[in-house]
Design a protein around this ligand. Sequence first.
Ligand SMILES: Nc1ncnc2c1ncn2[C@@H]1O[C@H](COP(=O)(O)OP(=O)(O)OP(=O)(O)O)[C@@H](O)[C@H]1O
Ligand SMILES: O=C(O)C1=C[C@@H](O)[C@@H](O)[C@H](O)C1
Ligand SMILES: [Mg+2]
Length: 189
Amino acid sequence: MTSAAAHPIVGRTVLLMGPMASGKSSVGFALARILGADFADTDVRIVREHGPIPEIFAAHGEEAFRDLEAQAVADVLAEEHPNGIVVALGGGAVLRRETRERISGHHVVYLEVAWEDVAPRLVGSEDRPLLHGQAEASWRELMAQRRPVYETVATLKVHAAGGTADEVARAVADQLIPLQKELTRERRH
Ligand SMILES: Nc1ncnc2c1ncn2[C@@H]1O[C@H](COP(=O)(O)OP(=O)(O)OP(=O)(O)O)[C@@H](O)[C@H]1O
Ligand SMILES: O=C(O)C1=C[C@@H](O)[C@@H](O)[C@H](O)C1
Ligand SMILES: [Mg+2]
């Protein structure tokens, strides 16, 4: 494990973004451990406070879910995390402009995957209402709409299917740390 004092990400906020099943939650948890940072998952916070995501979609619709999600992101960013925090976002969180504005200035890591990578991970998935039981067609359609947003918002893009979640987290850390060093050096000059 990298010691918290030894790496320049300490105290920073890192947000993980990407499509359903790209590994935001699993990689985020592992990355927080590597960085010695706190971890939050906005989907988990919403479920804890408001109940299962499919029930929120069914009872109140997607926009109501997006309101809760935008608030969850705002709340986590307003908290004090002296050791830094890794935040797993929901797959559609960056569709909201207010969220894009709030996260700008932080590290936003795009976990890039293809359908073929995530298909085995989505087998039997029942907690993703936007897939409507037609996982491949729905996932591909959402990606066609969202890829340009992900590409625009990302400060770092990482291929997220070349190994286990722990290995992907290691790859993210290995790219984030020099990036932050570079940013810190630029700010000093
Ligand atoms: N690199 C990986 N290799 C293999 N399996 C993985 C990898 N990353 C995540 N998984 C598995 O894929 C599934 C989905 O991962 P995870 O829940 O982390 O994705 P997510 O991006 O948070 O999805 P969602 O948008 O629905 O929140 C989980 O069962 C997880 O264990
Ligand atoms: O991609 C999406 O729009 C979603 C992804 C999940 O993380 C959840 O936030 C929810 O199921 C919606
Ligand atoms: Mg997740």
